[in-house]
Design a protein around this ligand. Sequence first.
Ligand code: R5P
Length: 293
Amino acid sequence: MKIISGPASKDLAEAVSTLTGYQNVPVVTKIFPDGESYIRIDGDIQNEEVAIIQTTCPPTQDSRLLQLAFLADSARRAGAIKVTAIVPYLAYARQDKMFLAGEGISIETIARMLKAVGTDELLTVNIHSEHSLTQFPLPTKTVSAIPLIADYFIKKGYKGAYALSPDKGAMYIAQQAQAVLGGDAGHLNKTRDRYTGQTVQTAECLNIKDKNVIILDDIISTGGTIVGAAKILREKGAKHVLCGCVHGLLIGNAEKRILDAGVEEIVGTDSVPGAVSKVSLAPLISQTLKGAQ
Ligand code: R5P
């Protein structure tokens, strides 16, 4: 197998290549004067199985998706015998159903596009809803980075911390963290107005007084969910409040808002390279790739 280093995940691809021993094939990119993307795989992949590593996080998720499609198509044309797309953050995964009449299901559109350009299988990390993968017209797998994030907190001295998910649907995330942290786990309840996007969070029977609490979520976007959760935790007397997420999009001033709300540290992964990407997905992706060989 060879690793094709997508322009949005160069460092991660290099780390995976080092851990697996699979050769890292570089990619040449440029932007034409009219704004269109040029992309070229700079190595021999004839008769090879390839894994393209390309995250599709903001702020340029649409062009990153297109680059991924161009790379899959180029890999096929260059003679690759199997193309695996490794997309740590898969854009549009939250539009996984028609919430309102007239909408599409964006993630299914992306899935069909990836299939059409010659992708044989997809590996992603903590997709928002695993159910959406059942609608993909190609084999898929999602793996969880939550144990790695929990492990980061253990190393920082938070063994036994309370793992909290900000809504009931993400309770499995809190439970995955709990299995590593060894403390209790629980969830808040969250409802969202589908027109305004406004959310309301509530807590029932949450016993976290004087405890260290780690709020865990798959995605932080505007930060509103974490800010709301932190407020509740402070009111209920939590000792230290921290947060871990797989995909720290941190749109606008989200990071500042979360820290201002009393969260002492934000920890994310390199699915979204940036200020909080303190946990690398390289071991998880490498292990998954090796396991599939
Ligand atoms: C939604 O259910 C997700 O799991 C996250 O909780 C959500 O995307 C976070 O968004 P925001 O940071 O804008 O509140």
